[in-house]
Design a protein around this ligand. Structure first.
Ligand code: ADP
Length: 261
């Protein structure tokens, strides 16, 4: 369904954001994508919904191939996947209902069918009673629910979520996560980038860990886990050396050298 083969992404000024990533996400799977800030999670996600193209390697998503893109492929793909972001990205001057309806209008849905579908989606995300509220009248958790309803308008085969709980408090985080679980249980695959260890601990979904643009651990692939341990040990060793060097530096030695004789 989603397949990355030896994918590298280099940006002109910042260099390699993704380094030789190979990955398969099956139909209906729930996958956490984790790793420190700057490790390449957003880049990997952008490659999946084809906002970015690989520098080398190949991304295949539901029959669309980054290496052989034809006109219209990307538009067609976007109609079959849903994306939500940390900062919701709602239209501020439209109600929750209108935000979801707009997403349906742009796909050319028959106007008569739109209100019923929007109501169904807002009910699914638990926001039927706030349909007429504007984003500024909604909490962060509620705004994210609207964004999720909007991402579901085309019955996507996968919902891609880039840090969807990053701006939410604990309670809203649990609510949004529960909603993503329900969406997954009804058959939609979910790829969710997150820093939230608690969410990962409280579920046993597949977890892919990134570091310096590489996939270093994948609970579905024990071989990668070994590589991860080696890289983490290397990082710890580097951090230890930096700590030791700073203890030896003149700045540290200074006060001692001024100790009265
Ligand atoms: P994460 O989502 O894990 O925080 P990103 O994928 O956003 O990581 O970033 C990975 C690396 O790629 C970072 O070093 C970042 O500076 C770089 N990067 C991301 N997007 C761009 C861009 N549009 N142009 C240049 N460099 C980028």
């Amino acid at each position: 369904m989603i397949r990355l083969t030896k994918v590298t992404k280099e940006y002109p000024r910042t260099g390699r954001a993704l380094d030789d990533a190979t990955l398969h996400v099956a139909k209906g799977e729930f996958v956490f994508l984790t790793g420190p800030s700057g490790s390449g999670k957003s880049t990997l996600i952008k490659l999946i919904y084809m906002e970015e193209r690989p520098t080398s390697g190949e991304v295949r998503v539901s029959g669309v191939n980054s290496a052989t893109l034809k006109p219209g492929d990307i538009a067609q793909l976007r109609r079959r996947l849903g994306v939500v972001f940390q900062d919701f990205r709602l239209l501020d001057d439209r109600s929750a209902h209108a935000n979801v309806a707009f997403a349906l209008e742009v796909t050319g849905a028959p106007p008569g069918a739109i209100p019923v579908k929007v109501n169904r989606l807002l009910t699914q995300v638990g926001l039927a009673s706030k349909a007429q509220a504007f984003p500024r009248e909604l909490s962060g958790g509620e705004q994210q629910r609207v964004a999720i309803a909007r991402a579901l308008v085309n019955d996507p085969f996968v919902l891609i979520a880039d840090e969807p709980t990053g701006n939410l408090d604990d309670r809203a985080t649990r609510g949004v996560f529960q909603l993503l679980r329900e969406i997954n249980a009804s058959g939609t695959a979910v790829v969710m980038a997150t820093h939230n260890l608690e969410l990962m601990r409280r579920s046993d979904y597949r977890t892919i860990e990134m570091l310096h643009g590489r996939i270093v651990a994948d609970t579905a692939d024990p071989a990668v886990a070994l590589q991860a341990a080696a890289l983490r040990a290397e990082d710890e060793e580097k951090a230890r050396r930096v700590r030791e060097a700073s203890m030896d530096s003149p700045a540290w030695a200074g006060p001692r050298s001024r100790t009265p004789q």
